[in-house]
Design a protein around this ligand. Structure first.
Ligand code: G6P
Length: 345
């Protein structure tokens, strides 16, 4: 009903706008059980390998977390939930299962198998006392509130916030940067929504797009491509930008849209990839945090603590997809062929 959308035309837009409060509640919730979360962080630190299993948007949050860990020398493996047959766990392993609903069957099947093989399981879910939480040794909750839109939005942002929190505990680093996380998300939405709408409406006229990033920007590029595919039915692929030379660039011709996710870290390298795309007529967009990506045709630039870059990028890629969907005349809350929770293999 329109009442529960609180004046927003769609749940998706309402839920993107709820991201700041979702992040705030997530972080204060984790702070309120800091002893338990510290114990989990200790288990992760002491483990021999960290396997992260999840599907869809939750997989992208998991992949992001895995990159944070492997950068620090941890043995971390991101695993698409349905591919659990391809991994054999053993004693000493920690498996982190990330699932908004806590019900995704592929995730459930995987943790059952890994548990039998001797791993300890940590669940990160939004739904409290979900199947996946109940079957796990340790339960972490994000507190994003209910999400009605089929395509995950605020729960992705809350997953990232939860994982940053956990990461900082694992690394025993100061968590003070997280105090302003919700403000960053709020400011980003306020400052960029109009620009994201413009980009989304331009992309609505296209049938294909690339999302390119480097480093920690890669999972965000993957999420950007997934979102626009899910709700605007635009064929979009994400690549690590450096890999785009090995195939994807063959398709780039006049007007082909490429969205660059620039988290501020590997800007010079990304800029070279952008130039290669432009030289072939590609229409380039950049979503940049802290440092400009020169030569992009259209740029969104936001400033925040570099550790919060992913939280700043998340609502922007969601808004782009939302406005592309609406412009194409679709209902972003109910994408065809997709379900909020997938309980089949
Ligand atoms: C479905 C939803 C996605 C979601 C994925 C994983 O595909 O449409 O939005 O990311 O399931 O769901 P989960 O509840 O496990 O996070």
């Amino acid at each position: 009903s329109s009442a529960s959308k609180e004046g927003y035309p769609h749940f998706m837009l309402k839920e993107i706008h709820e991201s700041p409060i979702a992040v705030k509640d997530t972080i204060s919730g984790l702070l309120s059980e800091i002893d338990k979360v510290s114990e989990i962080a200790e288990e992760i630190r002491e483990s021999s390998r960290i396997i992260i299993t999840a599907a869809g948007t939750s997989y992208h949050a998991g992949f992001y977390f895995s990159l944070l860990l492997s950068r620090k020398g941890y043995m971390s493996i991101p695993l698409i939930a349905s591919e659990y047959h391809n991994f054999r766990a053993k004693k000493g392993d920690i498996v982190i299962a990330i699932s908004q609903s806590g019900e995704t069957l592929d995730v459930k099947m995987g943790i059952r198998k890994f548990k039998e093989e001797g791993a300890k399981i940590i669940a990160l879910t939004n739904v409290i006392e979900s199947d996946i939480a109940r079957e796990s040794d340790y339960k972490l909750y994000m507190r994003a509130g209910p999400e009605i839109g089929v395509a995950a939005t605020k729960t992705f942002t809350s997953e990232i916030a939860s994982l940053l929190f956990l990461y900082s505990l694992i690394e025993k680093e100061s968590m003070s940067y997280l105090e302003s996380a919700h403000e960053t998300v709020r400011n980003v939405i306020t400052e960029t929504e109009g620009f994201a709408k413009k980009i989304g409406e331009e992309l609505a006229n296209k049938n294909n797009a690339y999302y390119l990033g480097r480093g920690l920007g890669v999972p965000l590029a993957m999420e950007g491509a997934l979102k626009i595919k899910e709700i605007a039915y635009i064929h979009a692929e994400a690549y690590p930008a450096g890999e785009s030379k090995h195939g994807p660039i063959a398709l780039v011709e006049n007007g082909f849209p490429i969205v660059f996710i620039n988290d501020g870290e590997l800007v010079d390298e990304l800029e070279k990839n952008l130039q290669e795309m432009k030289a072939r007529g590609g229409k380039t967009y950049s979503i940049s945090v802290n440092k400009r990506l020169n030569f992009a045709d259209t740029e969104i630039l936001v400033n925040t603590d570099e550790k919060l870059s992913s939280l700043a990028i998340a609502p922007i890629i969601q808004l782009i997809a939302y406005y592309a969907s609406v412009k194409r005349g679709y209902d972003p809350d109910k994408p065809r062929n997709l379900a909020k929770t997938v309980t089949v293999e």
